[in-house]
Design a protein around this ligand. Structure first.
Ligand SMILES: Cc1ncc(COP(=O)(O)O)c(C=O)c1O
Length: 436
């Protein structure tokens, strides 16, 4: 541990939101990260949800090395061979008819591009987003996001509307309890129709509202959303930053729901830890957008190195059968979490799909008052005991752990994580009792 470097972190880094851990970090491999004290910590967040095939997978290292021998970056008008190969692979993974893709760097960008395409293809500009959603930090993506604080940055892009998110455990319109009957959607759309200037362009949704508390919409929700978009001449955009490429135990959330969007934005899980994202659409929509003058010309559009890594990630998911593995390991982890729920009254709800799971902490199961203090204390204790966990804490949405280890996670690692969680909950509840 280098105390000067730790001090330098305080002196020279701008704080960008969220809690940072007290130590600095040195290396990562598989499901483990190592800090500057040499401690090994289990990573149940897959980095920032990106280390789909584990940290520093040899296939990623090989792809980077190969790119260093061939090409890292090119003029944006030169299409690298790897980019074409990745586009072909993406067409194979995406639902029909989304066979065309644009390769960019971040999730925010993939949604910017999706919204630009939707606006040009429809001639409209109005965008409907879901409460609790997170599509990014750049202009149009941020304007359609409602999970984090929007205050202080001035007016957002006009034409953005929010509808209440489907949250059966904590219904935003206080209508349902445990089973969402989609009144939230009906009411939200009615409000939008009243407010609309008559220039609708897109409905954008995360198939599982992740930062908003790992909310899984009820069966039939996406069929209803599809219909809502079609009836209004809007395009349906899925932001599959966290849900595509196996994490849910399916190729994508689109596959799982059986409802294809018009545009799909993918990012985090595709790059395996490198900045890589893509916007996918059909040839018909691409043609309309192109004719209307679509541009998305950036420094790193179609860069060869990240494309080579994305290809390696998808090939590894296929060769290591990680979609099936996510299903199997996800079911195993879920059973472990449900066992903990039997033991602890404060675990109000366990939800999610595959290896994207949410655990909501409440003071008691009847009132469902969020237990933020326990969430904070227990998450810190998990870290001390060697487990990195992400907790989403918002007054209106509860205290929810998002648990999403790499798809390559081993059973023993899940067991160890569950054991630490158990110990931390016991410890946290003792602390809370002592404070009373
Ligand atoms: C669903 C979703 N979409 C988009 C983004 C934005 O991605 P990025 O941070 O790469 O811009 C995020 C980031 O957390 C996300 O969770």
């Amino acid at each position: 541990m280098d105390p000067e470097l730790r001090q330098a972190a305080k002196d020279h880094l701008i704080r960008y939101g969220g809690d940072t851990f007290p130590t600095l970090f040195r290396s990562a491999s598989g499901t483990t990260v190592r800090d500057d004290e040499g401690r090994e910590i289990l990573d149940f967040t897959s980095g920032q949800m990106c280390a789909t095939i584990g940290h520093n997978h040899p296939a990623i290292v090989r792809a980077i090395e190969e790119s260093c021998r061939t090409a890292i970056h090119l003029f944006s008008g030169m299409i690298p061979e790897t980019v074409v190969k990745l586009a072909v692979k993406l067409a194979d993974w995406a639902p029909q008819p989304l066979t065309k893709s644009l390769l960019v760097s971040t999730g925010s960008e993939s949604n910017e591009a999706a919204l630009r395409i939707a606006k040009l293809a429809t001639g409209g500009y109005e965008v409907v987003g879901l409460g609790g959603s997170w599509h990014g930090t750049t202009g149009a993506s941020a304007a359609a996001s409602y999970a984090s604080d929007r205050k202080g940055y001035g007016p957002k892009v006009p034409g953005n509307y929010v509808i209440p998110e489907p949250n059966a455990y904590r219904c935003p319109i206080e209508h349902c309890r445990d089973t969402c009957d989609m009144t939230c959607l009906k009411v939200g759309l009615r409000m939008f129709d009243m407010a609309s200037d008559g220039k609708p362009a897109a409905i954008i949704a995360e198939p599982i509202i992740s930062a908003g508390g790992v909310l899984v919409p009820p069966p039939g929700y996406f069929t209803a959303l599809r219909r809502a978009a079609d009836e209004r001449g809007m395009l349906l955009i899925y932001d599959e930053a966290q849900t595509a490429f196996g994490r849910l135990g399916a190729k994508s959330a689109a596959e799982l729901s059986g409802v294809a969007p018009d545009i799909m934005a993918v990012s985090k899980t595709l790059g395996g830890g490198l900045p890589l994202a893509a916007t996918l659409t059909s040839p018909e929509i691409e043609e309309k957008a192109h004719k209307a003058g679509f541009t998305y010309y950036t420094s790193h559009v179609s860069d060869p190195l990240p494309a080579a890594v994305g290809l390696a990630v998808l090939e590894t998911i296929e060769s290591e059968r990680l979609v099936e593995r996510a299903r199997e390991m996800g079911a195993y982890l879920r059973r472990g979490l449900e066992d903990l729920q039997q033991k602890y009254e404060v675990i109000g709800n366990v939800r999610g799909e595959g290896l994207l799971l949410g655990v909501e902490l409440v003071k008691d199961r009847e009132s469902r008052v969020p237990y933020h203090a326990l969430g904070a204390a227990t998450t810190a204790r998990c870290f001390e005991l060697g487990l990195s966990m992400n907790i989403r804490r918002r007054p209106e949405r509860g205290s929810v752990w998002r648990i999403a280890p790499p798809l390559t996670v081993k059973k023993e690692e899940l067991d160890r994580g569950l054991e630490i969680l158990d110990q931390s909950l016991r410890w946290g509840l003792d602390q809370m009792a002592a404070k009373k």
